[in-house]
Write a protein that binds this ligand. Structure first.
Ligand SMILES: CC(C)(COP(=O)(O)OP(=O)(O)OC[C@H]1O[C@@H](n2cnc3c(N)ncnc32)[C@H](O)[C@@H]1OP(=O)(O)O)[C@@H](O)C(=O)NCCC(=O)NCCS
Length: 155
């Protein structure tokens, strides 16, 4: 597998349950964070910290005992930041087709031993799909600036 991508597959467990009998949103968020961090860390080769998580969209519930697939890929790098798109899919063991259940973009920053941002290996999109995702990440960055300004009084 290329070093800009990470994929995990596993079966959701009874301990992942929420009060409605499906997989808990917190469990999904943990899988997203673990997979995205592994992707960012693999790409950068350095210690990274999460600087932004937002816009997690839960599209469909996941049932306990479903096969879960978490795909993470680098879609943009700034000077010190690595933007990771994460898609979560699930399928019942009786089905062959995965359905997308969750999507989000997480931003990590590569930091040095003192916790200061440091330059990250640039990722250059090559395929049309990668170029589209890179533009998507840039558009989200602009929207995030607006959100950050709106949230500023509460920081
Ligand atoms: C991550 C951290 C080191 C960044 O420090 P900072 O003083 O904001 O650094 P900068 O302003 O130079 O920004 C660093 C990068 O973060 C990006 N960034 C800052 N705020 C952001 C936001 N709201 N959304 C997305 N990216 C953001 C900047 O664009 C910059 O990326 P670039 O160099 O590619 O352009 C600091 O905020 C921090 O330590 N945060 C806590 C991290 C943490 O504990 N995470 C949870 C556990 S891992």
């Amino acid at each position: 597998m290329e070093d800009n991508k990470v994929a995990f597959q596993f079966i959701s467990e009874p301990t992942d349950v929420n009060f409605g009998g499906k997989v808990h949103g917190g469990a999904v968020m943990k899988w997203i964070d673990q997979t995205a961090y592994t992707c960012a860390r693999t790409w950068s080769g350095t210690y990274c910290v999460t600087v932004y998580v937002g816009g997690i969209r839960f599209l469909k519930p996941i049932s306990i005992g479903d096969i879960v697939k978490v795909d993470a890929s680098v879609i943009y790098t700034g000077k010190t930041s690595i933007h990771i798109a994460v898609d979560v899919f699930s399928r019942n063991l009786a089905n062959t087709e995965f359905q997308k259940t969750t999507h989000c973009v997480i931003v990590f920053v590569s930091v040095d031993q003192d916790g200061n941002p440091q330059e990250v290996r640039p990722w250059i999109p090559v395929t049309e799909k990668q170029k589209k995702l890179s533009e998507y990440a840039k558009r989200l960055t602009k929207l995030r600036d607006i959100i950050s300004k709106e949230m500023q009084p509460y920081f």
